[in-house]
Design a protein around this ligand. Structure first.
Ligand SMILES: [Zn+2]
Length: 299
């Protein structure tokens, strides 16, 4: 298990809340599970970092899910994280390669035009809160900032980074989220913007040079006093998939395809695409799924 965690900070006057994380290990793990190529590694990696940062500002048992959907070749990117540091990410097109890399790793082109939907799951609440905004940049960080502003009236600065080596392997991943609370002095906001414009902090490069989460925050906060808050949850790649969910997925196949599987007398080997966990569904189980689907179709 990773010893990393999301670090939370607050400005002395309590008008800025800040989260920072080194998520290199969980993003590397996602890449090893899904064999993501550069564009997908950066897209899913940044989304996982963004979800971890946002989730750390929630409460016990709450989660945040980010779904980016676009008309580009990548189609969609999903990431989910809990307050307690569980995180997972996924794209249906992990091996997408652009025709060339002339524009570097441009997610804007790979995702295209589309939307960001954010789900916030609260305990004791069946329907999660959903908010959807148009993608403004497709580069993930700015889109999260746009969502926070549109849906929660929170101004923020979101800096996310994933660093790949020359073979496309994830070396570092991390980010900083600074949220501006009501009652802030405008001069403080201007100072953060000035720090950002002058220093252009490169998160993934700083991590490569050995920076700790607090070091990622410092360049943004120069001239502003802040302190760390306790938040002691180690981050971990975690997928809550179960046999039951696999069976529910099989129910969507339809009677004919299920009958095919029964005729072949072969157990179904199903792998969770998000975590790689293998499941076996026996012919007997497939038979009862088919009966269930059949009964439901008669209603
Ligand atoms: Zn899974």
């Amino acid at each position: 298990m990773s010893k990393e965690r999301v670090h939370r900070f607050v400005s002395k006057d309590l008008t800025l809340r800040i989260a920072a994380v080194n998520a290199s290990e969980v993003v590397k793990h996602m890449q090893s599970l899904q064999n993501t190529y550069p564009i997908a590694s950066v897209a899913v990696g940044r989304s996982m970092v963004g979800a971890l940062l946002m989730a750390s500002q929630l409460k016990d048992g709450q989660m945040v899910g980010l779904l980016f959907r676009g008309n580009g070749a990548l189609q969609s990117v999903y990431a989910e994280a809990s307050f307690e540091g569980h995180v997972r990410g996924y794209t249906p097109n992990p091996q997408y390669q652009p025709p060339n890399y002339d524009n570097g790793l441009s997610l804007k082109e790979a995702l295209g035009n589309g939307t960001l939907s954010v789900a916030r799951h609260q305990p004791f609440q069946k329907q999660p809160f959903h908010g959807t905004v148009e993608l403004v940049s497709g580069e993930i960080g700015q889109d999260i900032a746009h969502y926070l502003h549109q849906s929660h009236q929170i101004r923020s600065l979101v800096a996310l980074g994933v660093y790949l080596d020359t073979n496309g392997k994830v070396e570092t991943a991390g980010g900083v989220l600074i949220e501006v609370m009501p009652g802030v002095e405008e001069s403080v906001v201007e100072l953060i913007q000035k720090n950002y414009d002058e220093k252009k902090p490169n998160i993934s490069k700083m991590l490569l040079d050995g920076a700790q989460p607090i070091d990622l925050v410092k360049p943004f906060m120069e001239g502003i006093e802040f302190e760390e808050l306790p938040h002691d949850y180690p981050i971990e790649y975690y997928c809550p998939c179960t046999q039951e969910r696999v069976i529910r997925a099989l129910e969507t196949l339809g009677e004919e395809e299920l009958q095919d599987m029964i005729t072949k007398k072969e157990d179904a080997n199903v792998t969770c695409q998000i975590c790689g966990k293998p499941y076996v569904v026996t012919v007997a189980e497939i038979s009862s799924i088919k009966d269930r689907v059949h009964k439901e179709s008669m209603h």
